[in-house]
Design a protein around this ligand. Structure first.
Ligand code: 5GP
Length: 190
C-alpha cells in the first residue's frame, strides 16, 4: 500500500534495526482515513473467505480490525492481555513473548465470542517474530475455529514471523513489507 509506505517514510522513527515507532498514525495517535483505506485493502483481499469474526490483540490492532469488521460485516474480538474484575475464567488463552514489552504475556479471549462455527481473520499492527500471531492461532484452535488468514499492517519481513506463518500454511496479507531498516533508511518489498 503505497500511501502507507510513504507515511512510514515520512513519520516513522527507527530505533536500532528492529523497532519502528509509528505513534503519529497507528500506535498512539490514530489517523482514521488511513486506517479506513487499510481496512478496504484487507476486506478486498479476504472478501471471498466468508469471514464470520475478526480476532486481534489489544490495543493497536483494534482500529484496523474494527474498520475491517465494518467492511466485512462481522464482529471483532480483541484478545485481552490483562485480567480485570470483569474478566471471568471462561476463556481460551495462550502465552506469547511480547516483542515491545520484552516479557511473557497471556492473551485471553472469552469462550462466548469464538466458536467452532467461526471463520476467523486475524489482524495485527506489526509482524516481527510471529509470537502474537501464533498465540491467536492457538486460541482459535482451542475454540475449534477455522483461521482463514492474517492481515498485517506492517511486516518486518527480515524477521522470523513471516516464514513461521507461511510454514503454518496461513494466508498472510501485509500492507507494507519492510525488507531492511536502519537509522538512515527503510526499504520495502514491492
Ligand atoms: P511478534 O509477536 O510478531 O514478534 O511481534 C508483533 C507484536 O509486537 C505486535 O503486536 C506489535 O505490537 C509489537 N511489535 C513488533 N515489532 C514492532 C515494531 O517494530 N514497532 C512497534 N510499534 N511494535 C512492534
Amino acid at each position: 500500500m503505497k500511501k502507507l509506505e510513504e507515511i512510514i517514510l515520512s513519520h516513522g522513527e527507527v530505533y536500532g534495526k528492529d523497532i519502528l515507532k509509528v505513534d503519529s498514525f497507528l500506535n498512539h495517535q490514530i489517523k482514521p482515513k488511513l486506517i479506513q483505506e487499510m481496512a478496504e485493502e484487507f476486506a478486498d483481499h479476504f472478501k471471498d473467505k466468508n469471514i464470520t469474526k475478526i480476532l486481534t490483540v489489544e490495543s493497536s490492532g483494534i482500529a484496523p480490525a474494527l474498520l475491517t469488521g465494518l467492511k466485512l460485516g462481522c464482529d471483532v474480538v480483541f484478545a485481552r492481555k490483562q485480567k480485570s474484575l470483569t474478566t471471568d475464567d471462561n476463556t481460551y488463552s495462550s502465552t506469547c513473548y511480547s516483542y515491545t514489552k520484552e516479557e511473557m504475556k497471556r492473551l485471553m479471549v472469552s469462550k462466548n465470542f469464538l466458536s467452532e462455527e467461526d471463520n476467523v481473520l486475524l489482524i495485527d499492527d506489526f509482524l516481527a517474530n510471529g509470537q502474537a500471531a501464533k498465540a491467536m492461532v492457538a486460541i482459535c484452535k482451542q475454540a475449534g475455529a477455522n483461521v482463514c488468514g492474517i492481515g498485517i499492517v506492517i511486516e518486518k519481513s527480515y524477521q522470523d514471523g513471516r516464514a513461521l506463518l507461511d510454514d503454518m500454511g496461513i494466508d498472510v496479507y501485509s500492507l507494507a513489507r519492510i525488507s531492511h531498516m536502519d537509522g538512515k533508511e527503510i526499504d520495502f518489498i514491492d
